[in-house]
Ligand binder design. Structure first.
Ligand SMILES: CC(C)(COP(=O)(O)OP(=O)(O)OC[C@H]1O[C@@H](n2cnc3c(N)ncnc32)[C@H](O)[C@@H]1OP(=O)(O)O)[C@@H](O)C(=O)NCCC(=O)NCCS
Length: 174
């Protein structure tokens, strides 16, 4: 990922820059993320950013502007991961880096499985997932592809020293 970018947790207090980032995304990019046409981001982002137990990460440029976000949204023992990189930053390694960092949070959060929803033919996300050092399962329901992995497999893709550090910090990230 570009060295100009920094990744850090965000929350409800970061609503305005997250809305601004969504407003810079093309309709196609937003469709790939949400799988439907979404209304104004200020109507749905407050709920997303405030949802209990969720993890939200942002990549910021040197001006502090949010250019990409990654989310973990829990559902009991499972958690859903989602990514959104604004158009002009796509294809520069930002999504790959955010997904790796989300993987660390999956481990720290103690979830058993992580899953994500893909639109068939979403080449960038497919390329990222292929390169992840994790065994992935895929279920194609015709309209969308659910990709999921066991947290233990996510952990296996993280170097042992880093894994230990994350376990010690369990529950303290974000
Ligand atoms: C999918 C998404 C998160 C990927 O993030 P990104 O920062 O663009 O991805 P990266 O730069 O880390 O990696 C993209 C990979 O796709 C490859 N790629 C780039 N353009 C491509 C294209 N047109 N066709 C195929 N592969 C392509 C890149 O080469 C890279 O692979 P490589 O590192 O092996 O070369 C981002 O594009 C996005 O936000 N898309 C819209 C929302 C979405 O689809 N979210 C995922 C579902 S929640």
């Amino acid at each position: 990922m570009s060295r100009e970018l920094r990744i850090s947790p965000i929350g409800p207090g970061d609503l305005a820059p997250t809305v601004a980032m969504h407003n810079r995304c093309s309709a196609q990019t937003l469709w790939s993320r949400y799988h439907r046409a979404m209304g104004a981001p200020q109507t749905y982002l407050p709920t997303l950013l405030a949802s209990a137990g969720s993890v939200h990460l942002a990549a910021r440029d040197t001006d502090g502007r949010i250019v990409a976000v990654g989310h973990l949204m829990p559902d009991r023992s499972a958690v859903e991961a989602a990514l959104l990189v604004e158009d002009r930053w796509q294809g520069r390694g930002v999504g790959t880096c955010l997904l790796r960092r989300l993987g660390h949070h999956v481990l720290a959060g103690g979830w058993e499985t992580v899953h994500g929803l893909l639109i068939p033919g979403e080449t960038r996300m497919t390329a990222i997932l292929r390169r992840m050092p994790v065994t992935l399962q895929c279920v194609d329901d015709g309209g969308a592809i659910t990709t999921w992995a066991h947290a233990s497999d996510v952990a296996a893709g993280i170097p042992a020293r880093e894994r230990l550090r994350l376990r010690r910090r369990r529950g303290t990230l974000c």
